[in-house]
Ligand binder design. Sequence first.
Ligand SMILES: Cc1cc2nc3c(=O)[nH]c(=O)nc-3n(C[C@H](O)[C@H](O)[C@H](O)COP(=O)(O)OP(=O)(O)OC[C@H]3O[C@@H](n4cnc5c(N)ncnc54)[C@H](O)[C@@H]3O)c2cc1C
Length: 207
Amino acid sequence: MYPVLEKGVKTIGSLQVRNRGTIGGNICTAAPSADGIGPLLVLNTICEVSGITGSRQVPLENFFTGPKQTVLEDDEILTSILIPPVPYKYGGAYFKYGRRNAMEIALLGISVYLVVAEDNKTCTDIRIALTTSAPTPIRVGKTENFLKGKDLTNYDNLSEAGKVVLTEAKPRSSWRSSAEFRYELLEKLVPRTIKTAFSRAVDEGNK
Ligand SMILES: Cc1cc2nc3c(=O)[nH]c(=O)nc-3n(C[C@H](O)[C@H](O)[C@H](O)COP(=O)(O)OP(=O)(O)OC[C@H]3O[C@@H](n4cnc5c(N)ncnc54)[C@H](O)[C@@H]3O)c2cc1C
């Protein structure tokens, strides 16, 4: 039902890491590069956290306060994640840019969720999240709004979205990659990931 999530978590570490690690641990580590978080962001996930005085719900988008920092108080743990149902005909894609096929921290992660309109060209909903592109995982609302109503079969529109996203992302330089390289990757790979999600929505529906 949530293939975009499957595509993201399948890239975590190795078989051994995936067998032992939990999605709660992936979220609470709050790494800017976490492979499970981008897909969960585009699925509009809500986190339920519980502490001594009770429980509260926090949208995942508001869960991170900085690199490896969350809104969790000292007495709180993450007890559930709530993912709203998705329509059958949605397309999801996760693109992890790394240098190896396993045991690799993402140089960049792009998650896309979109629902195609009846005209098979525009979308009724589009959500895009980035990892390793800012101090925390982020949704890029300006880019999402730019694409609403646009013909997504016209690659020029997707290329333009690749430019808009550069005004929202704030990647840093690290020993893995310079910020400049990450900007270049974003410009080229965001359009491609949208195209993949669009094709999946049209051709496969929810796969
Ligand atoms: C070799 C290796 C490779 C890895 N590769 C990747 C990768 O490619 N992509 C990726 O995203 N991650 C990767 N990781 C990071 C990590 O393993 C995963 O993010 C995993 O999902 C963590 O889950 P866990 O249950 O083991 O969490 P833990 O390591 O047990 O916990 C992580 C942190 O979160 C806290 N925590 C855990 N659960 C909760 C909760 N329910 N409520 C509150 N706090 C909580 C813990 O106290 C701790 O501070 C890798 C780790 C290793 C060791």
